[in-house]
Design a binder for this molecule. Structure first.
Ligand code: CP
Ligand code: NVA
Length: 325
């Protein structure tokens, strides 16, 4: 069975812990794995082992650079396909694209709009497909965030993590699902109408029941931030929402991660933001550039976390094929 990573819950709690452990190892020994260096596949072929397709339908700095550097450090060739360069979705179906790519690359990384598109790619691909951000989830970012929190706080399980702001977006959904997978108590706060969808909350509650984590969804900022160990936020205007910008900048003002919010968290709380950040809107300059911010560690950890993820998916997929053969 091919292992894909389309949503945070595609990794079980134990698997998420394994990937984070591997990420910490690769951070210490960056060139210790030659996953894409051309070693034979389980079935004896080497076709496509070295190249990883990294496809962007939206712009990117961190995701592009971290996957490029990460694939190269694993002995491979990152093939970056920029917005508008491929035919996917307009001249050619997603399923036909998958059937071509799987013959030439060992992993498909795709930043796109539609989660259904990612699912279609995965359903038609024998090589792992990784969600590099969709409108619904940003699971690679969460692996980096959890690695960062672990580095600064030790254990993840039992920590309170509060996300504030646009709580109906990809980051809110991923904080919820990945956080409870790690056994965290995840609190989400935003205005009515901009909170996670019921299906996401239900999936998070089911996961939390397995891990000892919990879920709190509230419009009350004070309730959400009180005593939190980790405070996080994200832009109020996600990619694809540019036309709603003026309205959105008004909507979330009460939910900004500023000094007043930080003062209500635990005294040793840390602050994360996936970046790019808009100082003076979702986060104040004093907070993101202040002593409790760990955003630069978080950005660096995209590299280590995604290397671990790629190694893990490729190895699990090969092992699954061997077992099925
Ligand atoms: N955080 C993040 O995914 O950044 P980019 O959009 O620059 O890739
Ligand atoms: N919510 C943001 C995240 C950017 C990394 C967006 O989708 O644009």
């Amino acid at each position: 069975m091919t292992r894909h990573f389309l949503v945070d819950t595609d990794l079980s709690p134990a698997e998420q812990a394994e990937v984070l452990e591997l990420a910490a190892e690769l951070k210490k020994a960056p060139y210790s794995k030659g996953t894409f260096a051309g070693t034979p596949n389980a079935d004896g072929t080497t076709t496509g082992q070295q190249t990883v397709a990294v496809i962007f339908d939206k712009t990117s700095t961190r995701t592009r650079v971290s996957f490029s550097a990460g694939v190269a450090a694993l002995g491979g060739n990152p093939l970056i396909i920029n917005p508008g360069e491929a035919q996917i979705g307009h001249k050619e179906s997603v399923s036909d694209t998958a059937k071509v790519l799987e013959r030439m690359v060992s992993t498909i990384v795709w930043r796109t709009y539609s989660q259904a598109g990612l699912e279609e790619m995965a359903a038609n691909s024998k090589v792992p497909v990784i969600n590099a951000l969709s409108d619904d989830y940003h699971p690679c970012q969460l692996l980096a965030d959890l690695l960062t929190i672990k580095e600064h706080k030790g254990e993840l399980a039992g920590l309170v993590m509060t996300y504030m702001g646009d709580s109906a977006n990809n980051m809110a959904n991923s904080y919820l699902l990945a956080g409870v997978t790690a056994g965290m108590h995840v609190r989400i706060t935003g205005p009515e109408g901009y909170l996670p969808a019921d299906a996401v909350v239900q999936a998070a509650q089911e996961r939390a029941a397995q891990t000892g984590g919990s879920v709190l969804i509230t419009t009350d900022v004070a309730e959400a931030v009180a005593g939190a160990d980790v405070l996080v936020t994200d832009t109020w205007v996600s990619m694809g929402q540019e036309e709603e910008k003026a309205q959105r900048l008004e909507l979330f003002t009460e939910y900004a991660l500023d000094d007043a919010a930080l003062a209500q968290a635990a005294p040793d709380a840390i602050v994360l933001h996936c970046l790019p950040a808009y100082r003076g809107y979702e986060i104040s300059a004093s907070v993101i550039d202040g002593p409790q911010s760990v955003v630069w560690d978080e950005a660096e950890n995209r590299l280590h976390a995604q290397k671990a993820l790629m190694v893990w998916l490729v190895e699990k997929t090969a092992a699954g094929r061997q077992a099925g053969a």
